[in-house]
Design a protein around this ligand. Structure first.
Ligand SMILES: [Fe+2]
Length: 191
């Protein structure tokens, strides 16, 4: 299956990122789409399987790139989909689950923000199937830090490319504005 990028459109209602920041980020997202098509094509060809080696090999390079690029596609799509305007609020079901697993909705929010500050790549509110609860997980790269058996629910890009053009080093302003722009209808659907 060929990867085709989702044609996300910038909305003036969004107050967390401006159009210039959005467009730059969209070009990076499309880069991951292109790389996935390149990698899938390579995997169909002669990849020199007999030379596969964990120190260095062509196959290792493809395999490292595969999970990095695919998670790059998935996480960016979830991120752009869960950004709405400032009008949305969490419903009672969302609040019930987050209160169950974090003590209160407000406590979940504090911990999500702290996880964002502590992350170099992504912060993800995910459902951890093994322990049957929601967790805020910290990723230092697309393929570093994920829980193997979990479902992403809310995704925030903490790579500097996501905010630096607009916010420079004011990372906390970006995080706080993101928290006001979550599309809670999408979050309810994912739960
Ligand atoms: Fe990104």
């Amino acid at each position: 299956m060929e990867f085709v990028n989702i044609d996300f459109q910038y909305s003036k209602e969004v107050t967390v990122i401006n159009e210039e920041q959005f467009n730059a980020h969209m070009r990076l997202y499309e880069g991951y789409i292109n790389k996935m098509n390149e990698i899938d094509k390579l995997l169909m060809e002669d990849t020199d399987l007999v030379q596969a080696n964990s120190t260095y090999s062509k196959y290792r390079g493809i395999k490292r790139g595969e999970t990095f690029a695919l998670n790059g596609v998935i996480l960016h799509e979830l991120y752009f989909q869960n950004i709405g305007g400032p009008e949305s609020n969490p419903d009672e079901t969302v609040k019930k689950y987050l209160s169950r697993d974090f003590g209160s909705f407000e406590q979940w929010e504090k911990e999500f923000v702290a996880t964002a500050k502590a992350s170099r790549g992504w912060v993800v509110l995910a459902y951890d199937v093994r322990s049957k609860r929601f967790r805020n997980i910290s990723l230092d790269a697309h393929d570093v830090g994920n829980i193997a058996f979990s479902t992403p629910i809310l995704v925030l890009d903490m790579y500097e490319h996501a905010y630096f053009l607009q916010y420079a080093d004011k990372k906390v302003d970006y995080i706080n504005n993101f928290m006001k722009n979550i599309d809670w209808n999408i979050i309810s659907d994912r739960m």
